[in-house]
Design a protein around this ligand. Structure first.
Ligand code: C2E
Ligand code: CA
Ligand code: CA
Ligand code: CA
Length: 284
């Protein structure tokens, strides 16, 4: 059994080695990807639920990163964002995302869509630079002459968990400058409801895991209804994330969510596809 134990150990060890090697290779590739601009922003519409006009006008979209890998094709952020974070490359990537976002908004403005808002994801570690990243945004917005209101900054609940005063300060700076702030994946983090009242936030995005059981489960309807009621009392608008079915659509309408984002409307798509499908009608 001793020999067997050793075999087990060796097997496990080889596995871990492979894992580490895989990660190193991935990181190498990601450095190249950053240098060679292999990333691309996709856009997914966020539609107002109270609108019954046809076709639905789209004024909001979330920017979602994709990696156009030379061999593997389109790679999802779930496979690489954490590696970028761990390697300390998030500032570089965030700057690229910001640059692409302002360029895109500026282009759409010039094409006549004056009230589009793009929602941009942030990584928790971005907030560690004391707010320099906000200066970058202010600079970029001024350079491209687009109003701050065209940008929504999405932050996850976990960012708010730190007792660090700097976070509070950074959020109020964003607001002061006219950008909107959304809490992403609401409900899955270790959140206290207190911060919703203390902080200056515009939007609450209810995580998909609360939305998907809506069709079968009355308890989850009650839960989402309670979140929406609370959010509205605090003056926040609510986005239901991950709506896929007609039933879920009906339920989020019933509980008075303000916006829907999900496959039922559309999957994320390239910038050009998004413009063609949702914005070209506004072209002047
Ligand atoms: P997230 O911010 O919660 O983004 C929503 C994710 O849900 C997206 O996955 C989107 O494609 C997916 N989704 C939207 N509607 C539906 C639906 O109806 N059903 C299902 N099953 N999924 C839906 P994606 O694009 O793979 O992004 C995954 C995560 O990666 C994001 O979750 C976000 O945390 C992160 N991420 C994406 N883009 C960026 C970025 O530019 N910067 C940073 N820091 N993180 C990003
Ligand atoms: Ca998000
Ligand atoms: Ca605001
Ligand atoms: Ca989300």
């Amino acid at each position: 059994s001793k020999a067997r134990g050793r075999n087990c150990y060796q097997f496990f060890s080889a596995d871990m080695q492979e894992e580490a090697q895989h990660k190193r290779r991935l990181l190498e590739e990601l450095r190249v990807a950053l240098a060679e601009q292999q990333f691309e922003l996709y856009f997914q519409p966020i539609v107002a639920l109270n609108s019954d006009s046809e076709p639905m006008p789209v004024h909001k979209a979330e920017a979602l990163i994709r990696w156009n890998h030379p061999e593997r094709g389109v790679v999802s952020p779930g496979e690489f964002i954490h590696v970028i974070e761990e390697a300390g490359l998030i500032r570089e990537l965030s700057q690229w995302i910001m640059q692409q976002t302002v360029e895109t908004v500026s282009q759409w403005y010039q094409q006549g869509c004056a009230n589009i808002q793009i929602s941009v994801n942030t990584s928790p570690s971005q907030f560690n630079d004391g707010g320099k990243w906000i200066d970058d945004w202010i600079h970029a917005l001024a350079l491209y002459e687009i109003p701050a209101h065209s940008i929504i900054i999405e932050i996850t609940e976990n960012v708010l968990m730190t007792t660090d005063d700097s976070i509070k300060h950074q959020l109020s700076r964003l607001q002061h400058r006219g950008m909107d702030v959304a809490i992403d994946d609401f409900g899955v983090g270790y959140s206290s409801l207190a911060y919703l009242q203390q902080l200056d936030i515009n939007l609450l995005k209810i995580d998909r895991s609360f939305i998907q059981p809506l069709s079968e489960d009355q308890d989850s309807v009650a839960l989402v209804r309670a979140i929406v009621t609370m959010a509205h009392h605090l003056g926040l608008k609510v986005v239901a994330e991950g709506v896929e079915t007609e039933q879920q659509w009906q339920q989020v309408l019933n509980v008075a969510c303000d916006y829907v984002q999900g496959y039922i409307v559309s999957k994320p798509m390239t910038k050009d596809a998004f413009y063609q499908r949702y914005l070209s009608q506004y072209q002047q």
